[in-house]
Ligand binder design. Structure first.
Ligand code: 5GP
Length: 526
């Protein structure tokens, strides 16, 4: 089956040949794929009975093999150093000192993970919180340990790997899965612990917290990318003649409705469609994530609210600010225009000269900037830092393409995508909002045309296609009160969570695996 994907991928470059077209058409037919799947299953002797679950009494709360070690401690230290592994948060043995009690016992080794000391769990503890537990012990000290050698099938340097999938997966809907019962169901945004990557096509993983259960198969990054490509090749080759009629149908509909600029709209739609295809070829499928344990002294994560114009990002930001002005803060933008009478420098804007603004552009101090009526306007990194230094949650409202400027461990952005609902609900909720505002005699309400609703939905789709991998949370803004409640509750949950799953690239930028090994550790001596 895998060879078949490779073949189809290779044939895309020959798509002008009728034979190539016919062959791709043949190999991507469901019954042909099922036939190959049966072949693969038999070839792999994949007809074992379903295994019963592992009995509870042999399961530790953690999946790995644990070891209990008793050492006799005098007033002298045990002769080992400990550190906190930044990527997993675990307390591990950093060094064993020659001739010390730990060394002589031969029972504790470098890289061993310490789970408990004298029955006290070390979970979420820092090395300096572990040291007193040992200082006050004399005589027998009991350790619960996960030996370094048994912490999974991953490479010896890389103890645990966590991935966040960027797509939903249900084996029941996947004709290519070798065994549906052995595969894992997962949803976009969940955290999966990878147990084995030995097979190029099917990795083994479990859901976070389920590591005591048997691992399941998930499509490897390579396989998922190939499946997407195959799907697209199939669509392209079989539906190409129909694309024109889809265009015409769209145009006819637009003319019927008497819309202006329908040509432009259809052209924009075609452009988005081809961008979507291009993105799919390069789409990220999984992101490596690592746990982050927030200290009470750490700055809050930056909250970036993104969404198409008119969807309600500004209103949600305003409501958050009003709901807790001591907790949330917003940046003050910079501008080169004249200060108006009622405005205050540093409150409404930072008013600066054109020269200063242009110098800041050159020095890359702006997250984003633009021109309006011959004046510059922009949001600087400094202004974000100022809000964060006040101990507040900084709410940033920018185009998702600008997030890259703050997509670092310094800001740890939590990105919320505000999405429009379906057009029927848009019509209902936006017109109802207008009605309520009219009743209260407020004129500031925005009235949307049918085209603006469509543009909002199209532009949301483009944002999702191009930047979806950056979104931590998607909130559909139908009823603004409901969306606000959901947003507020979600931000609270994220702030209060013991562990935050952040992209590994924030900590180890270029090569997560290589750099992770050289990440700093917080150390201690036991
Ligand atoms: P005003 O001069 O009336 O205060 O604002 C004029 C325009 O500048 C508004 O459309 C406003 O949205 C835009 N603007 C204000 N701050 C910023 C900013 O930080 N960046 C960008 N790109 N535009 C801004």
């Amino acid at each position: 089956l895998f060879l078949c994907f490779q073949l189809a991928e290779g044939l895309i470059y020959q798509s002008w040949r009728d034979e190539a077209k016919e062959l791709v058409d043949l190999v991507s037919k469901p019954h042909f794929m099922s036939f190959l799947f049966v072949h693969d299953s038999v070839a792999q002797r994949d007809f074992e009975p379903t295994l019963p679950p592992i009995p509870d009494d042999v399961l530790d709360s953690d999946e790995d093999t644990v070891k209990y070690v008793s050492l006799y401690k005098t007033k002298e230290p045990l002769g080992a150093t400990i550190k906190r592994d930044r990527s997993t948060g675990a307390i591990v043995v950093a060094r064993i000192m020659r001739g010390g009690a730990a060394d002589k016992s031969g029972l504790i080794h470098e890289g061993d993970e310490l789970k408990e000391v004298n029955g006290v769990s070390l979970e979420h503890k820092k090395p300096n919180e572990v040291l007193p537990l040992l200082d006050c012990s004399q005589g027998e000290v009991k350790f619960k340990i996960i030996p370094a050698s048994s912490s999974g099938e991953m490479s010896p340097h890389k103890k645990k790997m966590f991935l966040r999938p960027l797509f939903d997966y249900d084996p029941l809907e996947d004709p290519a899965v070798p065994c549906k019962d052995a595969a894992l169901v997962f949803k976009r945004g969940e955290v999966l612990q990878i147990v084995s990557m030995e097979d190029d096509t099917w990795w083994q993983a479990c859901h976070l917290g389920d590591s005591g259960t048997r691992a399941g198969l998930i499509p490897s990054k390579q396989l998922h990318e190939r499946l997407l490509i195959l799907l697209l090749i199939n669509i392209l080759m079989t539906l190409c003649p129909n694309i024109a009629s889809l265009f015409l149908a769209g145009l006819r509909r637009s003319f019927r409705l008497g819309r202006k600029s329908s040509w432009a709209r259809e052209a924009a739609r075609a452009k988005r469609w081809s961008t979507g295809i291009h993105r799919t070829f390069t789409a990220p499928t999984y992101i490596e994530v690592i746990p982050h344990y927030r200290n009470s002294t750490d700055r809050h994560r930056l909250v970036a609210l993104v969404g198409p114009s008119g969807v309600g990002v500004s209103e949600l930001k305003r409501r958050l600010l009003i709901s807790d002005p001591d907790h949330y803060g917003v940046t003050v933008p910079y501008t080169t225009r004249e200060k108006r009478k009622q405005e205050k420098d540093g409150v409404d804007y930072h008013f600066v000269s054109i020269h200063m603004f242009e110098e800041d552009i050159l020095n890359q101090r702006f997250i984003e900037y633009g021109r309006h009526k011959a004046h510059y306007y922009g949001t600087s990194l400094d202004s974000v830092n100022r809000v964060m230094a006040e101990g507040k949650v900084c709410l940033l409202d920018v185009h998702p393409s600008k997030i890259k400027h703050v997509y670092t461990s310094e800001y740890k952005p939590y990105v919320v995508f505000v999405k429009p609902p379906r057009i029927e609900e848009l019509r209902l909720t936006r017109r109802r909002a207008k009605f309520i505002c009219d009743e209260e005699n407020k004129n500031s309400v925005r009235i949307f045309s049918e085209e603006q609703f469509e543009d909002m939905i199209d532009s949301a789709e483009t944002m999702e296609n191009q930047c979806g991998h950056l979104f931590d949370k998607v909130i559909v803004n139908g009823d603004i009160a409901v969306a606000f409640r959901e947003l507020k509750a979600d931000l609270k949950r994220v702030e209060e969570a013991d562990v935050q799953w952040i992209p590994a690239e924030w900590i180890c930028p270029s090569s997560p695996t290589k750099a992770r090994r050289s990440c700093g550790y917080l150390g201690g001596w036991i």
